[in-house]
Design a protein around this ligand. Structure first.
Ligand code: GDP
Length: 523
């Protein structure tokens, strides 16, 4: 029996506004009765899981308001495991609202948000992870996100956790049996076996916790700040990146007024591009505040793209920006305007083309301004720009070789210090594809290796798994010290409980079930 059998709920299940179709959904013991009172149907009773045409009429006049299609799902074979009726109307909001009111007048109650899914959960139709996946699926902005949510709706998180829960339960059951039935010949579980099992569970749970870094990105998307001095081609690159991708209809609202932000679907991940126009040395106080705000937005973004104009010499502003961006984590650098010829070395400030640094040519600039002006490599050496160097080769020499390759697959690539250079032309489109690949490689390094059902996307799940790991660590310590089984059991329950909160509870009956099924205790 379900716990809501006396309450039938109703809601308009389609989004507000006019549409081709609009659906009113009823769930509960009186759903079929209410629907059949309101809709004229060719024959009764309603066939289950079949669509039946009917007419919705105005109560007082008996006049037809809409031709509808009624679909009936009888308990327990429905979304909520209760009787469910879906009345599909033409999507006129006025008719839908009137139909809903008629259902209320017949004794239904207006459903709370999410109540259909909550009933499905409470009635055992789905576990918590699946209920949460329904919400993620509805909110998905890309097909990739939808696919991940759909996998979770099919129970991928629970499927992944179930074997671990089973091992934990088995351990608990055997230890409990050893205590409760000490005088019987219950096989005692050996310490090494306990340790091995605990380690196996911990290793896999740890992987799941680490996978969340990627899962979070898949679920929430991420922000990429496009930074550079004026006229280097930031807006042009921003537009290129957006135009080539399908812009997402509902952009995540911007946090800073001064910044232009749009969201695009990059390889299935919603990527919010922020064009940080006008980052330069502040001239007055007001501007200073603006620049500070822009920099805090840059620091808050997940990934940064520094755009430099590869057709003009490296400038003091470029050096300043680079200096500010590098400590913030991984950095993409677009050497833009690559369709234009590179600057002649002899006119490049900061390096004179004579094989000498600016410092040696202009000793008066050697103190104080040096770090803000002259390019240095990661070791702090001032770089020389020789006649036969290309701009790109010079630029590459700014970074140590270790910078060049991000640690893909670690889930930490965003936080790492990798710097990736890409030659682009916002004008011709050259290098844009490569730039997108590099963004994806940094943003979602696990994308190619993690199948949809293999990672968690939910912070609640991650925290509970961490709690479980803490319990497992305590259990491991207890097992190493061979503490009495009663004490070890407390830690094992601490490890099991958080997993229960993810997937649904383990009742005392589950433990007893295993005891009696697998041990034949009592003879
Ligand atoms: P922002 O101030 O950094 O946003 O720069 P814009 O995107 O407004 O570009 C400044 C100027 O450079 C415009 O005239 C663009 O048409 C031009 N521009 C941008 N990218 C390229 C490029 O890759 N090649 C060439 N030749 N011109 C470019």
């Amino acid at each position: 029996m379900n716990r809501f059998s006396d309450e039938t709920i109703v809601a308009i299940s389609t989004p507000p506004g006019r549409g081709g179709l609009g659906v009113v959904r009823l769930s509960g013991a009186r759903a079929i009765e209410i629907a059949t009172r309101l809709i004229k149907l060719p024959k009764l009773p309603l066939e289950t899981q079949r669509a039946t045409r009917g007419a919705f009429t105005q109560e007082d006049s008996g006049r037809v308001l809409d031709q509808v299609v009624v679909t009936c799902f009888r308990a327990p074979h429905s979304y909520t495991a209760e009787d469910v009726v879906e009345i599909s109307c033409h999507g006129a909001p006025i008719v839908l609202r009137y139909l809903e009111e008629c259902c209320l007048a017949q004794g239904a109650r207006a459903a709370e948000p999410g109540e259909f899914t909550m009933r499905a959960f409470l009635n055992g139709r789905m576990d918590l992870t699946q209920a949460e996946a329904v919400r993620d699926l509805i909110e998905s902005q890309t097909l990739y996100q939808a696919r991940v949510a759909a996998q979770q709706l099919e129970g991928s998180v629970s499927t992944r956790l179930k074997p671990h829960k089973h091992v934990l339960l088995d351990l608990i059951a055997r230890l409990e049996a050893g205590i409760d039935f000490a005088e019987d010949d219950v096989a005692v579980i050996e310490w090494p076996e306990i340790l091995t099992r605990l380690d196996q569970i911990s290793a896999d749970l740890q992987k799941l916790v680490e996978g969340y870094e990627y899962g979070r990105i898949v679920r929430d998307g991420l922000t990429l700040a496009i930074v550079g001095r004026p006229n280097v081609g930031k807006s042009s690159l921003f537009n290129r990146l957006l135009n080539e991708e399908r812009a997402i209809v509902t952009p995540i609202p911007g946090t800073t007024r001064d910044l232009v932000a749009e969201t695009a679907n990059l390889g299935g991940i919603p990527l919010r591009f922020v064009d940080t126009a006008g980052v330069r040395e502040a001239l007055d106080e007001v501007e200073k505040i603006g620049v500070e705000r822009t920099f805090s937005a840059i620091a808050d973004s997940d990934l940064r793209l520094l755009v430099v104009d590869a057709s003009t010499p490296w400038t003091e502003d470029d050096a300043l920006l680079l200096e500010k961006l590098r400590p913030l984590g991984s950095l993409l650098v677009a050497l833009n305007k690559s369709d234009l010829p590179p600057p002649a070395p002899e006119v490049a400030p900061g390096f004179t083309g004579c094989g000498k640094t600016l410092q040696s040519c202009h000793p008066e600039r050697s103190e104080g301004s040096r770090s803000a002006y002259l390019p240095e490599n990661a070791q702090g050496q001032i770089l020389r720009f020789a006649q036969n160097d290309s701009f790109e080769a010079f630029f590459r020499s700014l970074f140590s070789p270790a910078d060049a390759a991000p640690s893909l697959g670690s889930g930490q690539a965003l936080k790492g210090g990798a710097t990736i250079l890409v030659r682009t032309s916002a004008l011709t489109g050259d290098g844009i594809h490569e730039l997108k690949e590099k963004i994806l490689a940094l943003a979602a390094p696990a994308r190619d290796i993690a199948p949809e059902g293999e990672f968690i996307t939910n912070l609640r799940h991650q925290q509970l798994i961490k709690n479980s790991l803490a319990g497992l660590a305590k259990a491991r310590q207890a097992a190493e010290q061979q503490t009495p089984h009663e004490m070890l059991l407390l830690d094992l329950y601490d490890a099991l409980r958080p997993l229960d909160l993810i997937t649904g509870a383990t009742s005392a009956d589950d433990v007893l079930d295993i005891i009696f099924k697998t041990f034949c205790v009592g003879k």
